[in-house]
Design a protein around this ligand. Structure first.
Ligand SMILES: C[S@@+](CC[C@H](N)C(=O)[O-])C[C@H]1O[C@@H](n2cnc3c(N)ncnc32)[C@H](O)[C@@H]1O
Length: 382
């Protein structure tokens, strides 16, 4: 239990996410501040400080209560760690006696897995470090639910508790998956890229269209925009000494806005099985105007949308795992038939297409299911 002298001490957290999106993690944290509660269940005055931006992550400082709440709110990272101990060690004997001296059971009782990464250190053998943990702590089990991350850099050993369990892109909603789905945190990040130039009120009058939606990941993330993840289990809930507020359903004190990012959500797919999957996934939200239709994007659409109020986002089949005649033909038809104000597409790195009436800009590259891909945004002239 926290007392008044310790509760506002800031602790260290580490947010891990996809490389190249560090600025987006910062934007998400900045927008989040009014949602994080203090011990009186009111918005906290003890903010979350971004201490350092690293490749693929952020170092943060926050009181334990505030830091632990991040796992429910943040949609862009993969994992959040809570730093526990840190010490410089360069010999095996030192490592052994250090591990022996640590009382992990003060934080967590039960089987534990250790995940070691070591660089530029005298103790550089990750397998050997794991073995030392196994010898000194009898409760190490590779199949355990709770993980302790051990990061070794320049001989500095930093031990951090995983607060998440399953990665954060595993949401509690949208369990149905199609072929080659995009990860939920990437879908959220790409929606940020698509909408960055629009105000909230403008988006609230617009339609999001995914013309090849698969199981509807982009639409689900846009519907879930204002919704913290309150349903699934996170591993921090099994740690000892949780701040009192986190032992109850603290979120009943948040009155959640019953709105997504857009006014309406339209999804097409050629495959009727995908329509059923997307319907199941999106029925969870019970908000917004949602319209899902079987439609071959190469054919004249049966549904006409207001071009000036439509944004498009799509991860078309690449022809790697899903057969496709030509990405260019699919995207060209989607733009020609719907003429959205702006459209974002993800396709394999190294290819480039231009379309009449649109200017294009490659905004980033990343790896999607092991395939190097690029993200291109098209803006309509006029
Ligand atoms: C890579 S998947 C989309 C995955 C989706 N972003 C998700 O996360 O589930 C591509 C989808 O395009 C659909 N598709 C392929 N050709 C199409 C066409 N001509 N018209 C409409 N949909 C098509 C496929 O059925 C498949 O579901």
């Amino acid at each position: 239990m926290q007392d008044s002298t310790t509760k506002n001490i800031k602790e260290d957290f580490f947010l891990i996410g996809p490389l190249g999106f560090e600025e987006s993690f910062q934007n998400e944290i900045a927008k989040l501040q009014p949602w994080i509660l203090g011990s009186d269940s009111r918005p906290t005055s003890h903010g979350i400080d971004i201490v350092k931006v690293r490749k693929g992550g952020l170092e943060l400082k926050a009181p334990k209560l505030e830091g632990f709440q991040l796992v429910h709110h943040l949609k862009t990272p993969v994992r959040i760690l809570w730093r526990w101990k840190s010490k410089k060690l360069s010999h095996v004997a030192e490592l052994k006696s250090y591990i022996r001296s640590l009382r992990s059971t003060e934080i967590y009782e039960g089987p534990l897995k250790v995940i070691v990464s070591s660089r530029q250190s005298r103790l550089n053998n990750e397998k050997m470090i794991e073995r030392v943990f196994e010898e000194e702590w009898k409760f190490i089990d590779d199949n355990a639910d709770q993980a302790l991350y051990v990061d070794v850099y320049n001989d500095q050993f930093t031990l951090s508790w995983d607060l998440c369990g399953d990665p954060l892109y595993k949401r509690s909603w949208a369990p149905e998956k199609g072929q080659a789905p995009i990860r939920e945190n990437l879908a959220h990040l790409l929606l940020q890229d698509l909408t960055v130039d629009f105000t909230g009120p403008e988006l609230a009058q617009m339609t999001l269209l995914d013309p090849m939606m698969g199981s509807g990941t982009f639409l689900a993330e846009a519907l879930a925009w204002n919704r913290p993840n309150l349903e699934r289990k996170f591993s921090y809930q099994n740690l000892k000494g949780l701040p009192s507020l986190l032992k109850i359903h603290w979120w009943t004190n948040l009155s959640l806005p019953q709105v997504g990012l857009f006014e309406s959500y339209v999804g097409f797919d050629i495959d009727p099985e995908m329509i059923l999957k997307a319907q199941k996934n999106l029925s969870f939200f019970k908000i917004g105007n949602v319209c899902l239709k079987k439609q071959n994007i190469l054919h004249e659409p049966t549904l006409k949308l207001n071009q000036d109020q439509t944004l498009m986002i799509c991860n078309p089949p690449y022809g790697e795992r899903l057969a496709v005649d030509s990405i260019e033909k699919l995207i060209g038809a989607a733009l020609q038939y719907h003429k959205p104000l702006k459209a974002l597409f993800v396709w394999p790195e190294g290819r480039f297409f231009e379309f009449p009436g649109y200017e294009s800009k490659k905004i980033r590259s990343f790896s999607q299911g092991g395939i190097p891909v690029q993200v291109v945004v098209f803006s309509r002239f006029g």
